[in-house]
Ligand binder design. Sequence first.
Ligand SMILES: [Fe+2]
Ligand SMILES: [Fe+2]
Length: 264
Amino acid sequence: MAVEVLTTADGRAKTALGRAHAARWFAAREAGQPLPIGQATPPLRPARPDRPALLAPKDVPRRRPGTREGRIALLHAVAHIELNAVDLHWDIIARFADRPMPLGFYDDWVKAADEEARHFNLICDCLEAMGSHYGALPAHAGMWRAAEDTAGDLLARLAVVPMVLEARGLDVTPGMIEVFRKHGETRALAALEVIYAEEVAHVAYGSKWFNWLCGRDGTDPKEVFHALVRRHFHGSLKPPFNEEKRADAGLPPDFYWPLAEATD
Ligand SMILES: [Fe+2]
Ligand SMILES: [Fe+2]
């Protein structure tokens, strides 16, 4: 099921399939007959639509959020992040299925993937209501790099994707919410508030399973986290941090502050 989602290119089709698979997973769980985990080989890179064109981050034009075009560009970037997030969550399910994990691990990532699909659809609805659509603008090419860099190591994947990248989302989303509030764009405002509320849990799933694995191995989670982020994440963590939401998500300051000055 995860590989089916990963190999579907169109965004709306990918999210519809993912949502149907998530519903099937949870229906089976509630019936007390969980679906077997199975084994699969996910593609190194997920299928993607022909548009948006993917550019190096430095080549993606910057637009000011004070303009309507700028706000469309901002939402377009969010849609791109959400579509990547759909694939990232299905990828962690398929890629590491050979490691024995409790069923709750799969519950968490199926739920997160389902929520990312809703986020993508909500933002696409906003773009369409503003006369644009996902694919109308270029997007960042580098977004799958973290997945490729951590394809061989579940702990590294948890450290870099939910605990660094999705935690970064908690830092920057309040500023984005303010932009849309200021300009009275209520539809986008509502969508971003849903995203902001639900992303805390995705970071929390990351720290929960990261700590669980370290506990099983008898290692110090903070030290393992620092070593893995330094090895697999390119660049330093950028303050200001959303300390409160990070705490809600089980990320203590001594995990991320020591990495704030790290360089490649
Ligand atoms: Fe999301
Ligand atoms: Fe997320």
